[in-house]
Design a protein around this ligand. Structure first.
Ligand SMILES: C[S@@+](CC[C@H](N)C(=O)[O-])C[C@H]1O[C@@H](n2cnc3c(N)ncnc32)[C@H](O)[C@@H]1O
Length: 223
């Protein structure tokens, strides 16, 4: 953070410190992080405070069923699985290696199912099977966020919520400087009469890379 004005650097450091201090330790999460490192799983999981926030959202809703798109090593999966007594987590992962590590990390949790495959194939099957979820967390494959959102609405109960991560980072991801951002998800959600939605900007103070500091997630409630 050395290229930021001192007040920002100090605020980010304090914010990170505060986030670290407020967290209660979880041996399963700590072991999962170590196992991901051991297996060279990329460091692209949600932050601990984001995990805590997602768990609190599930507690507020008293969610009983979560659909997660993008398991990686199961870090966010564990946050969901341990958030509310009686909750069940269905997670989708495309990479066999990531799925295998996630299976190791979630071993012993009998409320987690991990499907191996592409979300665009598995989500319609879940809909066909009549599956309905309280909360859908979309955290994979930025190119397909609008498609996943659409599929998520079809498997979320009325009053249930859909959370799309990294929406602002995705808007910054343009091929050339000056190229127009891809607003399709934002436009799509705005015009979708089935939901009420907002975009929450975030500062990911955990990140060491300045370009990854600014982000934001989309949160929608199905009417
Ligand atoms: C950002 S990581 C997920 C992080 C995880 N939710 C966490 O916080 O611990 C995204 C994951 O989505 C997976 N993925 C990529 N494309 C996918 C697809 N089409 N369908 C399902 N999973 C996909 C990647 O292999 C990667 O493991």
């Amino acid at each position: 953070m050395s290229d930021l004005p001192p007040i920002f650097s100090q605020a980010f450091d304090r914010s990170l410190d505060a986030q670290t201090r407020i967290l209660k330790s979880s041996s399963r999460l700590d072991i999962a992080v170590a196992n991901c490192t051991k297996n060279d799983i990329p460091s692209i999981a949600i932050s601990p405070s984001q995990g805590q926030y997602l768990a609190l959202l599930c507690q507020l809703m008293q969610a009983k069923s979560v659909l997660e798109v993008g398991t990686l090593g199961g870090y966010s999966t564990i946050w969901f699985a341990e958030s509310v007594p009686g909750i069940h987590v269905t997670s989708i992962e495309f990479s066999p290696k990531h799925r295998d590590v996630a299976l190791e990390n979630t071993k012993g949790l009998d409320n987690v199912d991990i499907h191996l495959g592409a979300a665009a194939d598995i989500m319609p099957k879940l809909a066909e099977d009549g599956k309905v979820f309280d909360f859908v967390f979309i955290d994979a494959n930025w190119d397909q966020q609008a498609l996943y959102f659409d599929l998520a609405v079809s498997v979320t109960r009325k009053g249930g919520a859909i959370y799309v991560d990294n929406v602002v980072r995705n808007l910054l991801d343009v091929p050339e400087d000056g190229d127009e951002a891809d607003w399709s998800l934002i436009e799509h959600v705005k015009n979708d009469e089935r939901v009420n939605a907002t975009l929450m900007p975030t500062l990911s103070t955990l990140k060491v890379d300045v370009s990854a500091l600014v982000d934001g997630f989309l949160l929608a409630v199905v009417k």
